[in-house]
Ligand binder design. Structure first.
Ligand code: C2O
Ligand code: CU
Ligand code: CU
Length: 507
């Protein structure tokens, strides 16, 4: 679908980026490099969007407005619902159906390189927003792809190497919501009863300006803010009616883990996570939401009265190493948002007993089931790594990072090789995986047990939180696309420091 010949691939050597050594390169040279690209006239999009990353100002707090970076865009072609701002916010939402063709013209109006990654989507390498495609200020990148994901709550954010953390922190993120026939058959609450909450913590100075990672310690532990914004808003209150809602949550924070629970002690009913709907609803006393993870809740307010208020809180937990001040450390308790019942609405809605079908991968079908690939995130001495390596060259892959197209593999992430132990939310590009098992080191049981009951390891995932001392095995299948993709820690400061590597899918 990508017409390589049509595109002008202008070789650029990004500052600090890597010059591709022809011949040594792991993938064909014509696929390489940050490039000014053009639309392919043979590609007929159902939806066409103009999307710019641009500096702006928002009135977030009383007093001075806050300088931010924003995605601003407009719909060129397609259903008006395909590109909108979440009502009352500066948060863009792309809504498409599985199978639709998209063309997105990305324009970089920042003063630094950028590129957009479609988190959770299954796309050709050239469309994935790999940092090798980062474009310069003033340049454009044209994405053309067909949506090939089941219904779910995906998202998008910048991915230039070394700058992802700051660009997301300053405001660049959006939701990418996919629907399909199976989801529609589940007849979940829709329209105004389908809500989205993006959780992000931020730190402001006395003049309402955003403060970001000031020193090595704040990068090593992952940057933490002291207040939580929901959809970019402080002190967020969600008005609801006395009926049932579908609520999509994205942890869009750089490094904060949330342990989410209602203050009245009712359990949460979870209907979906990273890769869409679960097979059936599950209940949890609280939900653990690590950076980049999504969860979908079913909330029925029909037994509430007008005037009721319910607070969603993040409960305290043991985060292992946390060097932050007591008020902002990962694991400190705070209110996240309030739900206020403000009108009566007799709109019956039954929670479906069955939501979707998921066929489980089987370990014995994995080509390496006798010898899982093991990857160890590690930190120490101001350095982060995966198996002792960091992300240095755009196209570098090691021998144990090469997989074969159309094979199922088991990958194990072993968080036990570090001088500094902290939980790492591990993300793999290009696919949705299944969590096979977790094995915990009893020495770290207290840390694991303070979050473990909130894990949602069922269903399809693209991020998994690997706790200190834990070894987590994932089953993943590499289909359709060859080329380089990333896997990394989604603590964005760790990613930027190089706790990120390529893997190569080979035919
Ligand atoms: Cu959400 Cu490589 O990232
Ligand atoms: Cu991703
Ligand atoms: Cu990490």
């Amino acid at each position: 679908m990508l017409n390589v010949d049509r595109r002008k691939f202008i070789q650029t050597i990004a500052a600090g980026g890597a010059l591709l050594a022809a011949g040594k390169s792991a993938f064909p040279a014509e696929m390489a490099h940050g490039a000014a690209s053009e639309a392919n006239p043979d590609f007929k999009p159902d939806v066409e969007i103009e999307l710019a990353a641009t500096p702006g100002e928002l009135p977030l707090l009383p007093g001075a407005s806050t300088r931010v970076w924003q995605f601003k865009g407009s719909l060129i072609k397609g259903d008006p619902a395909a590109f909108q701002m979440l009502p009352g916010t500066a948060l863009p939402v792309i809504r498409v159906r599985n199978g639709q063709k998209l063309r997105i013209h990305f324009a970089n109006h920042l003063n630094e390189d950028s590129i957009v990654h479609w988190h959770g989507l299954h796309l050709p390498h050239q469309m994935d927003g790999h940092p090798m495609y980062a474009i310069r200020p003033g340049q454009r990148f044209v994405y053309e792809f067909q949506v090939d994901n089941r219904a779910g709550t995906y998202w998008f954010h910048p991915h230039p190497h070394g700058r992802t953390g700051e660009q997301v922190y300053r405001g660049l993120a959006g939701l990418f919501i996919v629907s399909d026939d199976e989801e529609q058959a589940a007849a979940l609450p829709s329209g105004e009863f389908d809500l989205a909450w993006v959780l992000q913590d931020r730190l402001f100075d006395h003049n309402n300006q955003l403060v970001y990672a000031r020193n090595m310690m704040e990068r090593m532990q992952g940057f933490l803010g002291d207040r939580v914004l929901i959809n970019g808003k402080p002190d967020f209150v969600q008005p609801v009616a006395t009926t049932a809602y579908r609520i999509r949550l994205l942890n869009g924070s750089n490094s904060r883990i949330y342990k989410l629970a209602w203050d009245d002690g009712r359990p949460l009913t979870v209907i979906g996570n990273d890769g869409g709907l679960l097979e059936r609803p599950v209940k949890r006393p609280y939900v653990t939401l690590a950076p980049a993870e999504r969860v979908e809740l079913w909330m029925n307010f029909s037994d509430r009265s007008v005037g009721d208020q319910i607070t969603l809180r993040s409960l305290p937990f043991n985060a292992g190493m946390s060097m932050g001040g007591a008020a902002t450390a990962n694991g400190s308790a705070f209110p996240v948002l309030r739900v206020r019942v403000d009108r009566k609405l007799a709109k019956p809605h039954a929670l479906p007993a069955r939501l979707s079908h998921i066929s489980r991968y089987r370990l014995e079908d994995a080509v390496n089931h006798r010898s899982p690939r093991t990857f160890s995130p590690a930190m120490g001495m101001g350095r982060v790594s995966l198996n002792g390596r960091t992300f240095e060259k755009m196209d570098e892959v090691a021998d144990n990072e090469i997989v074969k197209l159309n094979t199922l593999e088991v990958w194990e992430f072993a968080n036990d090789a570090s001088m500094m132990m902290m939980a790492h939310p591990i993300h793999v590009h290009n696919l949705q995986f299944q969590v096979l098992e977790r094995r915990a080191d009893p020495r770290f049981a207290a840390i694991r047990d303070s979050l473990g009951a909130g894990f949602l390891d069922e269903g399809w995932k693209d991020v998994v939180l690997v706790m200190p001392g834990e070894r987590v095995k994932l089953l993943m299948k590499f289909t359709d696309h060859t080329g380089l993709y990333l896997y990394h820690c989604h603590i964005l400061e760790h990613e930027d420091m190089g706790m990120m590597r390529n893997y190569l899918v080979r035919a």
